[in-house]
Structures are given as C-alpha cells and as structure tokens.
Design a protein around this ligand. Sequence first.
Ligand SMILES: [Zn+2]
Length: 407
Amino acid sequence: MNLESLVLYDKIHQCVTLSGVAAKKGRHTTIKDLGVIENAAVVVDSDTARILWIGKSLELPQQFKEIVNQYSCEGEVWLPELVECHTHLVFAGDRSHDFAMRSSGKTYTQIAAEGGGILTTLSQTRQASVQELLERAQIDIDRFQKLGVGTIEIKSGYGLSLESEIKILKCIQTLQQIVSVQLVPTFMPAHAIPPEFKERSDDYVKLICEEWIPEITKLQLASYFDVFIEDGYFSVPQAEKLCLTAKDKGLSIKIHADQFKSLGGTSLAVKLEAQSVDHLDHINREDIKALSNSPTVAVLCPGASLFTGTPYAPARELIDGGARVALTTDFNPGTCPSRNLPLMTTLACTQMKMTVAESIAGITYNAAAALGMENEIGSLEIGKLFRVCQIKGSSYESLPYMFGELE
Ligand SMILES: [Zn+2]
C-alpha cells in the first residue's frame, strides 16, 4: 500500500457515520442507527477521494499509524456532507409581492390566477441573460455550501419554452464547472402551464413528449424528469404520459404531489417506481401505506409549509409506516426562498414531530437516496466518497438545536 497517498484524520471528537441508517436503507431510523463514533479516526485514499478505514482512534490498525499526512481534529463534530435533494435554484427576480398578497389573505391558487405565482418568475427568467442567471445561482449555491451542503439537485421549470428550458439546464451545466458542490440537473417543463398553452394543456403535454424530452435527452442535459400534479397544473393522466415518455428516454422520475390536494400523484409515483415523491402535505392514508412499502423516497418540505402557512406533511405516519423520509428546503422564489437546509431539521422536529436522528437521516442518507446516490454519499463508510460537513457545538444534536445558525 502506498502510504503517501493516504491521509489520516485522527482524534475527531464525534463522527456521525449513519452506518445503521444505510444498513436499514433509511427506514425506521433510531439514535443507534446514526452510528456515532466518539474519538474517531478516518483514513482517506486521496487518489480516489474515498474512505479506506473509519473507526475509533484507539482501534486504528497498525499499518495506518505510519501515515505521513496526519491531522488532529480535536473538538470537531463530523457528519456526511448534507444533501439538498429538491431545489428550483435557477431563476430571476423575487416574489416578495406574492408574499405580501398571501399575507393579506390570498391563496397560492388565487395569486396564480391573478397573474402572480410561477408565471411572474417565468417571464423574468425568460428575459434574463445567462450571465444574470449564473451570478444569482452562484450566490445561492455558495449559501447552501456555507451551511454544510455538498450536493444540490436543481430543476429547470421557470422557462417553459424549449429555448429557455435549455438555457436554464445549460446554466446548471456551466455552474457544475464553476462550483465545488455536486449538482444534479432535473428537467421540469411540467412545472406550470405556460401562457401560450392556456386552456390547452394537453397540447403542451404532447409537445413536451414528442419534441422536448427527446431534445433534452439528446443533449444530455438532465438526469431526472419532474412534474407538478395539482389542480390548474397537471393531472395524473397527463403526468403519467409525461413520466412514461421520460422514463423511456432514460430519465429517472420525481413527482411533486399532494401539496395542496390529494389527487393520486403519490400512487402514480409508486406505480412508476419514481426515485422520489415530494411535498405530500395532503397525502391520504392509502397513499401513505403505498409509499411505506416502496423504494420511492418521500421528500418533505417543511420550509414551504412554514412560509405559506399551510399544513405540514404527516411525517410521523410516513416514518412509522416504514417510508424513507428526506427533508428539503424546496428552495424557490415563491414558496420557500430559504437556502438553510439545517433549519429544516429544526422544523421537522418541532412541527412534524420527527426525532433528531430521523431529521439528520433526512438531510443526509435519505436525501442521497432521493437522488439515487446513496451508494456514494449520505453516510461515512468504507468505500464511500470522503465528503464531510463539520458543525460547531458539542455534538450532532446541535444541528437541529442551532435553529439554522450552523455557521
Ligand atoms: Zn418544488
């Protein structure tokens, strides 16, 4: 073994590995599953950036004691780098006026009907230059990163014309060359019905299926396809048609479902073996059951509920039923302009009655599972990528306790 390429991090005060969470594939997480090691050591192969050994400092194998590159990490608390599995991060403008309207009593649907909502961001994003979009997105990514995030999923969906959707996805591609965070691109042309297709949503769906999905997959600009199922947006049959076409072209599926109403989007996600189904604030009992036995990850957005003053998803029922539950900011200009993923753990514990252990699994292993990346990131284990987040405080319990003040 070439000791020169190895790095030893020793005397880590506390290392949260999530080894038990990974062994149970993110279901029924207990404190024990966090796999906390006090006074830990980690050996990393710098050639592959992977973990070669992890355990208690006192149990470090003899052969690693000779490693030249050694760092003492006394007082440090380590977790896997946080994973943000659902954002709409490339857009222009803001929606502070929507917030003001909502605060005077209007609903999300009413605001959209009056020309606000997604369509405001749509016209601003269509008009924005690539440079403007890049500059703004970079600020947001930096903010996520400062708060411990190492991987971010980003959806298109504020263009809704082939040209502007490509502009957004190419921005994500360019950002990937500029930032050190890993980015996962998702094509979401079915985020809303663009004004050109008002009252003609079937024609829009047909266009996406016949022309846009083939073009985006040919250009290799996305890994995932996503659709927003809601009254006034896309129906379950439309979503099914879109998702089947996307799957056929090699994209994995994500679905926005049950945010304002239970319309059957979760059943569709389970049937299509979607990687994740997101929101679920109004999921019904039958769908909770269906999701509990499925590999599809339930991605919950407590920040959106806080910001819009709407009900929280039934996290307890989902977790107790056996579902894999991840947490996200759902970062977007309309319903959650927060880039604070650690804050979501606080909300999960106080508003959705999740335990600290469940909330930490929700922004690490289960969030990685929502991106199909749990074999590479999301826990600190031998063979996995060495991507860690360090937090202040005496233990991992500080993460939800600090109320988003991770820095
Ligand atoms: Zn969303």
